[in-house]
Design a protein around this ligand. Structure first.
Ligand code: AFP
Length: 329
């Protein structure tokens, strides 16, 4: 059977306006361009660190900056997009006057994987813009994840994939290099409710709080422990890749807050990492929590606000949340 293209699939999504559909297509085009940059990077000397840092004091890779430029350039072509927020930018960038949508994005997630040719990704979140406001400010992005109209990610791995929802089902597309089109290879994705896989950076264990430490110990105890099943651990060090695995075959992904002052709110950013991934996982039947409740209820108060995150298979996440929610300070 012929696979649907992204354009054909979007035309059947009744939850999306025409403007939202067009905007998502622009983002899809940006991701194809970024995939090309990543493939060609070794020939162009673009995988090394630049001398500059982003607003969070992290060293930027040349590709982080290039991917950010591509995202902004492609999205600026869409008159529905009123403003943009990016991991790589200190402040909001204006888009089209009269646009009714805001876009938050991480143009290149997991960039420390680049020099070892491992998976990286791009993440995006689309929010409604306030009506009738001439100048969009950062505060206009401070909306809970439940307000998102669409969210998704591109995964640059063995295949280039685009996974997204515009309010209904979560659909996965694979880039067909021959035609240059995104083809629907993973319709109506569902996170299995149970799983025996977990993803956490275990090298930080000594800094974890007691509830989380106990739950991970229970998973490690396997069949002999209270969870009565054996677990396997996977850590790809790129949220896009770890969450993609969870969406396809279940499991739990955890990036916790811990006792170090720098990690008091975890590592991952709410607007363009946690909220869009929580949106996808919940649309696919899974669960996602921040420190004090559902991730999608969290309203960030800065563009680069961080939050601890726990997401994945419904039953496993519920148990992890029960064990660790008392850890929140
Ligand atoms: P980089 O973009 O700096 O590589 O960070 C990736 C990331 O934000 C997220 O994608 C990973 O899940 C997480 O950090 C990995 O963190 P560790 O450095 O603790 O493995």
């Amino acid at each position: 059977m012929r696979m649907k293209t992204l354009t054909e699939w979007l035309s059947g999504q009744e939850t999306a306006s025409d403007r939202l559909r067009r905007g998502v297509e622009r983002i899809g085009a940006a991701c194809i361009e970024i995939a090309g940059l990543i493939e060609r990077a070794p020939f162009e000397g673009q995988t090394g660190a630049l001398d500059s840092s982003n607003v969070q004091g992290e060293v930027q890779k040349a590709l982080d900056v290039l991917a950010n430029d591509v995202f902004l350039a492609r999205c600026a072509e869409e008159p529905a997009f009123a403003a943009f927020a990016s991991e790589e930018l200190d402040d909001v960038v204006a888009g089209a006057a009269g646009g009714d949508l805001l876009v938050a994005f991480d143009p290149l997630d997991g960039s420390s994987n680049l020099d070892v040719s491992m998976c990286v990704g791009s993440i995006f979140s689309i929010l409604p813009a306030p009506a009738g406001k001439a100048v969009i400010e950062a505060v206009d992005f401070f909306q809970p994840g439940r307000a998102q109209l669409a969210a998704g990610y591109a995964l640059y791995g063995p295949q280039t994939m685009l996974v997204l929802s515009v309010g209904g089902e979560v659909a996965g597309f694979t880039l067909d290099r021959a035609s240059g089109a995104w083809l629907l290879t993973h319709p109506a994705m569902q996170v299995p409710p149970d799983s025996g896989e977990y993803a956490i950076n275990a090298s930080n264990e000594r800094h974890w709080r007691p509830g989380l430490k106990g739950f991970v110990a229970d998973m490690k105890a396997g069949k002999d422990g209270p969870l009565q099943r054996d677990f396997n651990m996977r850590w790809l060090a790129a949220m896009v890749a770890d969450v993609h695995r969870v969406l396809v075959r279940g499991g739990i992904f955890i990036y916790p807050a811990d006792a170090r002052p720098k990690l008091a709110d975890g590592k991952l950013r709410v607007l363009y990492e946690c909220a869009p991934m929580a949106y996808l996982v919940e649309k696919a039947g899974g669960l996602a929590y921040a420190a004090k409740g559902p991730m999608l209820d969290l309203r960030p108060d800065t563009l680069h606000k961080r939050a601890p995150i726990l997401l994945g298979s419904r039953n496993l996440v519920a148990k992890a949340w029960e064990a660790s929610s008392g850890d929140a300070g």
